[in-house]
Design a protein around this ligand. Structure first.
Ligand code: ZN
Length: 165
């Protein structure tokens, strides 16, 4: 699967609030959702999550790798259609993030420690899931994309970028 990744902090499509997938559109978008999962699973693409606006589609669809932590090797990558964070802890955790749409930048961002997310899966079933740690962070980062928010808007502390050579 080849997607053209939208980049840039002032890119219009990245800054637009995406629309819900309507029930009439669900079938049409499940294929795209599965393609997004395939894209993320390909290590060459180097991501742990993807939101539809990043591939130029202004719809509320994300693909996320449900990693417990950076060393997790047994994780699932799933699609979420119309994801909604319906509950979360007040407690936050600060950790480093980057983004396929903002290449070369990394910084520390506060995210809720635990969340409950509701969504429709790619078999068109409504689901909800409790997530913590890195998986919760990834979902919050991707849901932000659907609202036109980039992690760079939330950075508390920028990582000193060392020479990439
Ligand atoms: Zn991102």
């Amino acid at each position: 699967m080849r997607f053209t990744i939208q980049t840039g902090k002032t890119n219009d499509i990245l800054r637009t609030k995406s629309e819900n997938v309507t029930s009439a559109e669900l079938r049409k978008y499940t294929r795209l959702a599965d393609d997004m999962v395939r894209y993320i699973k390909n290590p060459e693409n180097g991501g742990v999550g993807l939101a539809a606006p990043q591939i130029g589609v202004s719809k509320r669809i994300i693909a996320v790798s449900l990693l417990r932590d950076g060393d997790d090797e047994n994780y699932r990558t799933i699609a979420m259609i119309n994801p909604e964070i319906v509950d979360h802890t007040e407690e936050t955790e600060c950790d480093n993030e980057g983004c396929l749409s903002v290449p070369g930048e990394h910084g520390d961002v506060d995210r809720w420690k635990r969340i409950k997310v509701s969504y429709i899966d790619s078999s068109l079933r409504p689901q909800s899931m409790l997530l913590s740690g890195l998986a919760a962070r990834i979902v919050q980062h991707e849901v932000d994309h659907l609202d036109g928010i980039l992690f760079t808007d939330r950075v508390k502390k920028w990582e000193k970028v060392l020479s990439q050579n």
